[in-house]
Unconditional design. Structure first.
Length: 117
């Protein structure tokens, strides 16, 4: 009987705590995003250098995963690693939600930033 209830209890706990995880805070994400502006632009649509990706309008899950991967060293970029090192998991979720909430640029707005132009 214990073999049945222990996994059931653990599974119930895991799923119930996930349901109560803190929702992303867009204002907190906006406050943290100030550090991102130098490279990614004030509106998240990248600065003047096309090597920096646009963050505005990206999928929240993609942004959060990318930031976690930089933090764990799974994505290699010393600049990004330095920026994400002090971020908590909640900070990362807030940043991802904030940038995802912004209007993204249109492909027609790339102004020659596409390779070959």
């Amino acid at each position: 009987m214990k073999r049945f209830f222990a996994p059931l209890l653990i599974t119930t706990f895991v799923f119930s705590t996930a349901a109560f995880a803190a929702e992303p805070d867009l204002e907190a994400g906006k406050a943290k995003a100030v550090a991102c502006q130098a490279c990614h632009g004030a509106d998240g649509n990248a600065g003047t250098d096309p090597q920096y990706p646009r963050l505005a309008g990206q999928y929240r899950d993609y942004l959060a995963r990318a930031l976690h991967e930089y933090k764990k060293g799974e994505r290699k970029n010393p600049i990004m690693a330095g920026f994400v090192a002090p971020l908590s998991d909640q900070d990362i979720e807030n940043l991802a939600a904030y940038f995802a909430s912004l209007p993204g640029g249109k492909l027609g707005d790339l102004h020659g930033h596409v390779q070959g132009e």
